[in-house]
Design a protein around this ligand. Sequence first.
Ligand code: PLP
Length: 363
Amino acid sequence: MTDFAVLKNMQPQPELVRENIKKDPGFGLYFTDHMSHVRYTLDDGWHAHQVQPYAPLQLDPAAAVFHYAQEIFEGLKAYRHADGSIWTFRPDRNAIRINKSAERLALPQLPEEDFIESLKALVALDQQWVPTPESAADESSLYLRPFMIATERFLGVRSSHEVDYYVISCPAGPYFSGGIKPVSIWLSQKLNRAGAGGTGFAKCGGNYAASLVPTNEAVAQGCQQVLFTDAAENKYIDELGGMNLMLVTKDGRLLTPELGDSILDGVTRRSLLDLAPQLGLEPEERRITVEEWREGAANGDIVEAFACGTAAVVTPIGRVVSNDFTIDHGEEPGAKTMEFRRTLLDIQYGRIEDKNNWMVRLA
Ligand SMILES: *Cc1c(COP(=O)(O)O)cnc(C)c1O
């Protein structure tokens, strides 16, 4: 592990501004005073580990990332516990995942220790930006966004010889203001975000670019999210644009599509599967057809549906809408859905014992 040098921001945002932002941060709008940075070149490997003032990047217009989208990212949160200490959730999983993404996008492997240290170094310096939850219902945190971009000035099509890795962070308020309400999701029957042999399992910007038109379609249909199916047959459930999907059956199983080329290996997904037995559910990863969901919801075999991911934790799904049919799970969040949500948040905020040793202290 390489230590991160510290280049302090001499003009941090005034305390009053910072405290006001923390009162109502929304999501992804306001950024802290610093960012982590590590530079990579083919000759020197990763070097110049540093936390530096948050500022716009200056990149050559011919930088590869602008043309060929050689880019990956991660997303995790820092949680302030009641004693003031700051923790994050299973960052080792994100460290492994960014390297899986890097491998697929022909970007260099970042040592896992450097990934973890890039978070620690940033949060140590910007710890006053981590909100203090006022109650168990207050789900505020500091969202951490590591990303890696190809920065070589070269328009030839090959993997970049120069790469930069950064971590930026922003305070995040509760995803659902005014109570947890089930969302409606739109079934994308023609447009896909990923396919066999593609980049669906990698956390790369390109997948998100491909999900925007279907997401706009979803919004036009009065839905908040889009559900993607497999690109080959449009028959099997994959996931949402940025969240994994889970179903709860009447006979006590937690169903989720098995991982493959087109499904992202979510840390939240993995953790809920691990927690399932404690909540009296048997986890089951396998292929699931839209038809199975539709029939199961209609005949009462499938009783709850939810989406999961770092940003929104666990989001109950009330309805699936398509051109041909609607799947209805009702107006109220399911009991197991809410139990999963509560359990995960209680672990993350240090309110219950962390039996699995998932939490890592950042500051
Ligand atoms: C990040 C992401 C998720 C959720 O992963 P978590 O590690 O649980 O935050 C799910 N699907 C996609 C496409 C994602 O990019």
